[in-house]
Design a protein around this ligand. Structure first.
Ligand code: ARG
Length: 458
C-alpha cells in the first residue's frame, strides 16, 4: 500500500518491514484519544486562521464520524496500516478529500503520539484509581467485620504478638492508599500537553498551544519542544506505580495462599475463586492469588523494558519509543485485571475466627505483655523480659499457657505477680490495651476504617 510519506521513495516497502515497523496492532486502542487530539488541534487551526473555520468544522465532524464508525465496527481497523495516526488520517482524506489533507498542518506524528499516550494514560489512571477504591472498600468492610477477631501477628513468620484480623488487613489499606496518592501525582505529570512541539522544533505556524491544551482539559503545556516529543517519564512513573500496586497485591496474595493451606486454615476462598485439581479430588487451589503473585513479575518486566528503551536514545524522537506502548499497556491491563479479581476474591472469602483465636492462644504471643506487666510494677524491663522468658520455657517444658498457669507457679518466678496477671495476659486485653495511635485496639481499628472510608468517598 502506498504510504503518505512515499514522495521521496522510489520503491515500495518490503512486506516484512511493513509488519515490523507497524504499531497498528497495539496502538489502535488509542483511536479515541487520537481523534480527540486531532479535533482539538483542528479547532485551534481554525480559530487561529491557519485553515478556514469551515474546513476545520468539516474535518472535526468527519473525525467524530470516524470515531463512531470504529466504535460501532462499521469501520474496521486496517491491519496493514502503519499506525493509528496514519489510519485515521487516511480514512479522513478518503472521506472528505482535500480538506482532510490540512489536518496535519503544524503537527507531527511525534507530538501527536506523545499527546495520544498522555490522553490514554489519563483515562486509564482514572480507571485504576476506581479499582483501587473498590479494593479499599472491600478491605474496610473486612476490617469492620473482623475488628475484634484476635489473631497472631508474625515476625519471621513466627507468632509474635496478638493483633486482630481487622488491624492486619488495614495494613494493606495503607499501602493501597499510598498507591492511590501516587497515581494522583502521576496524573498531574501526565495531564500536560506536548502538542505543538511538532517533530522536534515546534513550528512557524501561529498556533496556540494553550488553546489546544485547554480544549483537551489539560493543565498546561510542555516547556521545551525537544523534551515534549521525547519525554516518556510519565509512562515509566506509571509502570513503577503499577509495579508497587502489584507488589502489594502479591504480598497480600502470599498471605492468602498461606492462610488457606490446611496448616493455617485461617480463611476459605469462595468456590468461584478457587480451582480444582485434575487428579487430586480433594484439592481446592488458590489459583487467583497465585496468578496475581506470578503476574507481578511481568509488570516489573514492563518497567525494565521501558526504562531500557529510554536509557540510550538521543534527543529527540527515535522509533525505539514506539516500544513504550506495549510495555505500558501490558502493565495497565495486568494490574487492572488483578485488582478487579483480587477484590472479588477478598470480598467473598470466609474468615475462620475460631482458627485465628486458636493460633493466637497456642504460641505465647502474650509473653511481651507478661513482661510489660512486671515492668509496670517497677521491675526494669530487661529483668522483666528474663522472668517472662523463663516462665515461657517452664510452660514449654511442663505444658501450660500464660493464661492458665497457676498463680503459685507465677510467684516462683517473681513475687510481683498477683491475680491481675490473668487480666494482663488475656488476649483481648493484650490487643485492646494497645491504644497507642496506629495500634491494634478496637478504637484504633475504627479510626483507621474511618480514614479509609473518607479517602475513598473523596
Ligand atoms: N507509531 C509511532 C510511535 O508509536 C508514531 C510516531 C511515528 N513517528 C515517526 N517519526 N515515525 O511512536
Amino acid at each position: 500500500m502506498a504510504k503518505m510519506w512515499d514522495a521521496r521513495f522510489s520503491k515500495e516497502e518490503n512486506a516484512r518491514v511493513n509488519d515490523f515497523n507497524s504499531s497498528i496492532r497495539f496502538d489502535s486502542r488509542m483511536f479515541r484519544e487520537d481523534i480527540e487530539g486531532s479535533v482539538a488541534h483542528v479547532t485551534m487551526l481554525g480559530r487561529q486562521g491557519i485553515i478556514g473555520e469551515d474546513e476545520a468544522a468539516k474535518i472535526a465532524d468527519a473525525l467524530k464520524t470516524i470515531r463512531d464508525d470504529i466504535e460501532s465496527g462499521a469501520l474496521p481497523i486496517d491491519p496493514e496500516a502503519e499506525d493509528i495516526h496514519m489510519f485515521v488520517e487516511e480514512v479522513l482524506t478518503a472521506r472528505i478529500g482535500d480538506a482532510g489533507k490540512k489536518l496535519h498542518t503544524a503537527r507531527s506524528r511525534n507530538d501527536q503520539v506523545a499527546l495520544d499516550i498522555r490522553l490514554y494514560l489519563r483515562r486509564e489512571i482514572g480507571e485504576i484509581r476506581s479499582l483501587l477504591r473498590v479494593l479499599l472498600g472491600t478491605v474496610a468492610d473486612l476490617a469492620e467485620k473482623y475488628a475484634g477477631a484476635v489473631m497472631p501477628g508474625y515476625t519471621h513468620l513466627q507468632r509474635a504478638q496478638p493483633v486482630t484480623f481487622g488491624h492486619y488487613v488495614l495494613a494493606y489499606a495503607q499501602m493501597f492508599l499510598r498507591d492511590d496518592g501516587r497515581l494522583a501525582e502521576i496524573a498531574k505529570h501526565v495531564n500536560i500537553s506536548p502538542l505543538g512541539s511538532g517533530a522536534l522544533a515546534a513550528t512557524t505556524h501561529p498556533i496556540d498551544r494553550h488553546l489546544t491544551a485547554e480544549l483537551l482539559g489539560m493543565d498546561g503545556v510542555t516547556e521545551n519542544s525537544l523534551d515534549g516529543v521525547s519525554d516518556r517519564d510519565f509512562a515509566a512513573e506509571l509502570i513503577f506505580a503499577l509495579s508497587l500496586i502489584m507488589t502489594h497485591l502479591s504480598r497480600f496474595s502470599e498471605e492468602i495462599i498461606l492462610w488457606c493451606s490446611g496448616e493455617f486454615a485461617f480463611v476459605e476462598l469462595d468456590d468461584a475463586f478457587s480451582t480444582g485439581s485434575s487428579i487430586m479430588p480433594q484439592k481446592k487451589n488458590p489459583d487467583i492469588a497465585e496468578l496475581v503473585r506470578g503476574k507481578t513479575g511481568r509488570v516489573y518486566g514492563d518497567l525494565i523494558a521501558l526504562l531500557t528503551v529510554l536509557k540510550g536514545i538521543p534527543l529527540a524522537y527515535n522509533k525505539d519509543m514506539q516500544e513504550d506502548k506495549e510495555a505500558v499497556f501490558d502493565a495497565i491491563d495486568t494490574a487492572k485485571i488483578c485488582l478487579e479479581l483480587f477484590s472479588s476474591m477478598l470480598g467473598t472469602m470466609t474468615v475462620r475466627t475460631d482458627r485465628l483465636r486458636q493460633a493466637a492462644s497456642g504460641g505465647f504471643i502474650n509473653a511481651t505483655d507478661c513482661a510489660d506487666y512486671l515492668a509496670k510494677k517497677g521491675l526494669p524491663f530487661r529483668d522483666a523480659y528474663r522472668v517472662s522468658g523463663k516462665i515461657v520455657a517452664w510452660c514449654a517444658e511442663n505444658g501450660g499457657t500464660l493464661e492458665s498457669l497457676p498463680l503459685d507457679v507465677y510467684r516462683q518466678f517473681s513475687p510481683l505477680f498477683d491475680e491481675d496477671v490473668y487480666d494482663a495476659v488475656d488476649l483481648d486485653n493484650c490487643v485492646n490495651r494497645r491504644t497507642v495511635w496506629g495500634g491494634p485496639s478496637m478504637e484504633s481499628v475504627k479510626r483507621q476504617i474511618a480514614l479509609v472510608r473518607a479517602a475513598i468517598s473523596e
